[in-house]
Design a protein around this ligand. Structure first.
Ligand code: NDP
Ligand SMILES: N[C@@H](CC=O)C(=O)O
Length: 369
């Protein structure tokens, strides 16, 4: 914490977390990797402190196994129960596992297209979906529309705060502005936590590929880091933001400039790590050019005048989009209200804990609604 700012946790006025009276809700957690494990850890801490006692963990699954708990699984023991389970993971089993008193909520902490393809069907059955995965709303326009239709047919809610900015109040702000009668004019910024981290750390001396491995090991990248490096993950985030802003873009409408050379894009997933050094020459050259101009590299997404694009830019170091540190996303939003000076939202845009917190904020909101 910044030494100039008083840490409120040490202030006598600080009362800690307020126990939250939520109506009963049954959760199915899909995915127990980087993000899913942090969801379990947060639920376990809540259980110990008595926060949100109405939440019950009814089903936990990864791609291989599943475990059910009619009376609720203890979040702190769920991983061990899952590892010892001989029940196969089957998405068809999820609705039955959620049956019972209270609201039913699927928490999608996977990067799976197969799981994303179920979101609309679950919503249509009245099961709420909270997701970190962008594949249902951030790919085809038809997929986005299917979620909208299913929500209204099922009277269900879709929690997507964690899909952009790892839970930063980006989608919420855009929706609140529109709900207040504003029109969004433009959105521009750094939307990738891993690419932010990479370009905040890369020094042009040590190989870029080494930094990619560090970002992956820290849990910032997608399970396949090419999703980040190719700009595809940022394309999805920009599409989700654009659609929330009222711009119904098809995915092909976003111009994406990838950092991944074609020979690396064609490799199987298991071959990617050894091939990462193929990134190094291009990045060394782009860094040297920017450095010579007194500039910095940032991977920027822009939605301006109906045009959407994503790619690496060389920006003056004092440019409005060049600020931030670590995994910070930094996004500027122009609207009727913020015409000259944009609304700027900045904060960590990747990482297990912030993403899990974003997911569970949506769970609490839905459970309490
Ligand atoms: N990491 C971050 O900072 C952020 C991530 N996200 C999003 O969160 C999602 C998860 O990312 P992350 O945790 O890093 O990924 P991981 O690869 O660490 O974990 C993915 C999990 O999904 C499981 N899975 C895959 N298919 C299925 C299936 N059909 N049914 C049930 N579980 C399945 C995997 O199972 P198995 O263990 O068997 O392989 C694994 O446990 C991604 O969509 C990502 O975009 C969003 C914001 C930030
Ligand atoms: N890989 C993503 C994680 C969050 O969505 C990123 O780097 O931003």
């Amino acid at each position: 914490m910044n030494a100039l700012v008083e840490d409120l946790r040490t202030s006598p006025a600080h009362g800690g977390a307020i126990p939250r009276p939520v109506a009963q809700a049954r959760l199915a957690l899909l995915g127990t990797g980087t993000v899913g494990s942090a969801v379990l850890a947060r639920l376990a801490a809540w259980q110990d402190s008595g926060f949100a006692p109405g939440l019950q963990l009814a089903h936990v699954a990864n791609s291989r196994r599943a475990v059910d708990g009619e009376a609720g699984l203890a979040p702190g023991l769920a991983r061990a129960r899952l590892d010892g389970s001989d029940q196969a993971s089957r998405l068809d089993d999820v609705p039955a596992a959620l049956r019972g008193a209270g609201k039913s909520i699927v928490v999608d902490a996977t990067a799976s297209a197969e799981v994303a393809a179920r979101h609309a069907a679950w919503l249509e059955q009245g099961i709420h979906v909270v997701t970190a995965c962008k594949l249902a709303r951030g790919t085809s326009l038809a997929g986005w529309q299917a979620v909208e239709v299913a929500k209204s047919r099922g009277g269900s809610q879709y929690g997507d705060a964690a899909t952009v900015g790892a839970g930063l109040p980006l989608l919420r702000s855009i929706r609140d502005l529109r709900a207040g009668g504003d029109r969004i004019h433009a959105v521009a910024g750094v939307l990738s936590g891993s690419l932010a981290w990479l370009f905040n750390h890369y020094d042009g001396l040590r190989p870029f590929s080494g930094f990619v491995r560090n970002a992956r090991d820290a849990g910032y990248t997608e399970p396949d880091p090419r999703e980040d490096l190719s700009g595809e993950d940022v394309r999805r985030k920009l599409l989700i933001l654009a659609r929330a802003a009222g711009v119904a873009l098809e995915q092909e409408a976003v111009e994406v400039t990838s950092l991944v050379p074609p020979d690396m894009a064609a490799l199987g997933r298991g071959e990617v790590d050894a091939a990462l050094p193929r990134l190094d020459p291009l990045l060394r050259q782009r860094y040297a050019q920017a450095y010579k101009n007194g500039e910095v590299l940032r991977f920027v997404a822009r939605l301006e005048q109906g045009r959407a694009r994503v790619g690496l830019e060389s920006l003056p170091a004092d440019h409005a989009l060049a600020g931030g540190a670590g995994t910070d996303n930094r996004v500027a939003i122009w609207s009727d209200r913020y015409r000259d000076q944009p609304l700027v939202i900045q904060g960590p845009g990747a990482g297990a804990e912030v993403t899990a917190a974003g997911l569970l904020d949506d769970v609490l909101r839905i459970a309490a609604s």
